[in-house]
Design a protein around this ligand. Structure first.
Ligand SMILES: NC(=O)C1=CN([C@@H]2O[C@H](COP(=O)(O)OP(=O)(O)OC[C@H]3O[C@@H](n4cnc5c(N)ncnc54)[C@H](O)[C@@H]3O)[C@@H](O)[C@H]2O)C=CC1
Ligand SMILES: O=C(O)C1=N[C@H](C(=O)O)C[C@H](O)C1
Length: 253
């Protein structure tokens, strides 16, 4: 039985993940961590601070807030526990800290745990290779009105994957409201929309002369992210150290 700690267990994703793990025969939640530990009645103990948990666990799945990253990395390293990090909104220093920690423990990090988005990334990389010289690339993401970071971690991830494919020749322009200038060729525009209960939409628009290609992913339930993080947990528990993402997981499926 794989023993899981859920960091951010009383958040929207933490609760969906708890339900999904209950349906797994090979996994159980042994503890949850949340800054509001009494918000829900969970079937496992919930602590405010991860260091209060003194029993054994095999993996931590994190859907919380970037603020918690240093504590999470410290705990993972001290207890030698693999981490699945799904939180978004990290700074470049946070990513460097994660890379440094992955020299000691295994870390699986993806801003989007769904299979669909990761297939989309592959399609978009191919399209960018063929079209980038003559088409303009814009990314539009839409999410629910409770989301605190913008643009989404997935929008950054897609932009970064495109940019890597194009020898990092692109600059990101976030919204165009303050710009009083026409679009330059070396831009990727990134735009965020927030409203209602939208689970998560990402559109990548390749706009050329007299033709437009739009590649879009629409998440219809948070379960896709929870289930992806469960697969990531199974994938990472027997690794020794290193930084992994959905491409590593998809390569073995
Ligand atoms: N990688 C992926 O596939 C996905 C990532 N996410 C990301 O996961 C994160 C959580 O999303 P939601 O559950 O929608 O947010 P939420 O706001 O509903 O939940 C966050 C939870 O973390 C807790 N929390 C916040 N700061 C904390 C801290 N310092 N220590 C311990 N707990 C803390 C909050 O009390 C809350 O219960 C966000 O960054 C979101 O963008 C969300 C969906 C999919
Ligand atoms: O906060 C969310 O809900 C989501 N966050 C992730 C992101 O920032 O990309 C992934 C998903 O789109 C849902």
């Amino acid at each position: 039985m794989i023993k899981v700690i859920i960091n951010g267990c009383n958040g929207k994703m933490g609760q969906v993940l708890s339900e999904q793990i209950e349906q797994c025969e090979d996994m159980k939640v042994v503890a949850g961590i949340d800054r509001s530990p009494d918000k829900f009645k969970n079937n496992y103990p919930v602590y405010k601070d991860i260091f209060e948990f003194r029993e054994e666990a095999d993996v931590i799945i994190d859907f919380s807030n970037p603020y918690y990253l240093p504590g999470l990395l410290d705990y993972g390293i001290e207890k030698k526990i693999p981490l699945v990090i799904a939180t978004t909104g990290f700074s470049s220093k946070d990513i460097k800290d994660m890379e440094a920690a992955s020299e000691k423990i295994p870390i699986f990090y993806s801003a989007n745990m769904s299979l669909g988005i990761n297939v989309l990334v592959n399609l978009v990389k191919k399209a960018a290779n063929v079209l980038a010289d003559s088409f303009d690339i814009e990314i539009i993401e839409k999410h629910h009105n409770k989301k605190i970071d913008a643009p989404s971690g997935t929008a950054y991830m897609i932009a970064n994957k495109i940019n890597e494919e194009l020898d990092n020749s692109k600059e990101y322009v976030f919204g165009r409201y303050t710009k009083k200038d026409r679009r330059r060729k070396n831009e990727i525009g990134i735009h965020a929309v927030r409203g209602g209960t939208i689970v998560g939409e990402h559109s990548i628009i390749f706009a050329g002369s007299n033709e437009v290609i739009e590649i879009k992913h629409s998440a219809q339930s948070k379960k896709i992210f929870a289930n992806g993080s469960i697969k990531a947990a199974r994938f990472i528990i027997d690794k020794n150290k290193g930084l992994f993402d959905m491409e590593d997981l998809m390569n073995i499926e």
